[in-house]
Design a protein around this ligand. Sequence first.
Ligand SMILES: Nc1ncnc2c1ncn2[C@@H]1O[C@H](COP(=O)(O)OP(=O)(O)OP(=O)(O)O)[C@@H](O)[C@H]1O
Ligand SMILES: [Mg+2]
Length: 445
Amino acid sequence: MTESLQVLIVEDDPDVRLGCEQALQLEDIPVAGVDSAEKARRKLSRDFPGIVVSDIRLPGMDGMALLQEIRAIDPDLPVVLITGHGDVSLAVQAMKNGAHDFIEKPFSPDYLVEVVRRALDKRRLTLEVRQLRARLESREQLEGKLIGRSPAMLRVRQLVTELANSAADILIEGETGTGKEMAARCLHESGPRRSGNFVAINCGGLPETLFDSEIFGHEAGAYTGAGKRRIGKIEHASGGTLFLDEIESMPLAMQTKLLRVLQERSLERLGSNTPVPVNCRVVAATKSDLKALSDQGRFRADLYYRLNVATLPLPPLRERREDIPLLFEHFLLQGAARHERPVPEADAARMGRLMAYDWPGNVRELRNVADRCVLGIEKGFPPFADEAPAGPRSLPDTVADFERALIADALARNGASLARAAEALGVAKTTLHDKIRKYRLGEQN
Ligand SMILES: Nc1ncnc2c1ncn2[C@@H]1O[C@H](COP(=O)(O)OP(=O)(O)OP(=O)(O)O)[C@@H](O)[C@H]1O
Ligand SMILES: [Mg+2]
């Protein structure tokens, strides 16, 4: 970006303007000319990739006023002012007002080029420093979200940064609770599409009958009960990110429809023949080996290859145990804040058990254990399964704690799917929902 810095000439005298443009063009310096400060103003923004050379005397807004405006937009944007012959006091004033330099009429092309080169060098440095700073900030932000100092997590964050700034569709692979959704959000937030929507679809949780209208949207009255026009999730993600969670559980018929959209980058709402362009980045997540599923004919091979343009593998927690203390501390702090309890001490023996445990539910399970520690109900559950719960407690408290822990575990084991957790616990979904709210468990997922 900094290679192509340009010079914006603001000069109402066409001969002088052309002279300036030609002098710079001969030196291969990109240049654009305008004849008024108002026109120049419209071309400028904080990260304008170049500098401004402006005559002071202009019809309408003069060069000095333009200088003031530019200083308000970006005080680090160099402005070179052209003064009339012998107009020393104006030149002094220009410098006082923050001009980078001034050139006195008449001037030689060589002198113009020399002054311009100095200003361009300064601009280049400013923009480079800003870019580095922005990159550093986004890295620090990412470090605060995707926590971990293991080499594996450093690699994950590096990949997220690189992939976020590419246009490629991405497949995130990882066991339950490894942070797939979290990584997908980070990909969205670290990239140029962050101002668009992040739209998540749970591919397994949608009945086939609802799929089309949810995903593609429909026109008013497209089918019985269709009611008003509805924008589908893919359209809603336009300019942003479409997150296809649990892609492995998408029924084959839906896979075919999705593939068509991804290939054609356009869709038709139900009840309409007008194609709507699709402009979203697709991030899919899976717990399964999609390649193996496609070899077995359970996942469309062509969809697999279409999604597998870039892969982000998330390592299981047991393969990066050195991240456990940092994550545990993070979740203790979060849990303490959420439950309005003090932060419990993590003694060495406890930490040893956390480090030795295998974490089948990965980071989410660690988070649940931290939560139980905050509430003082961790005993009797992995990795403290063999420790007897402490002291005499009232029956209702014990029952409530037990219930809460069972539900948290069921949620962890079922990938936070309410339906599956309810089934595993043998209760109705609505009952489970009420209890999740009562125990404030939903906030963890
Ligand atoms: N590296 C990490 N740093 C901080 N928190 C994390 C990290 N990885 C995961 N988490 C947290 O762990 C929990 C589980 O993460 P997430 O929901 O992204 O996992 P998942 O891979 O999508 O799980 P599932 O396959 O079960 O849907 C979330 O609360 C998330 O914020
Ligand atoms: Mg998930």
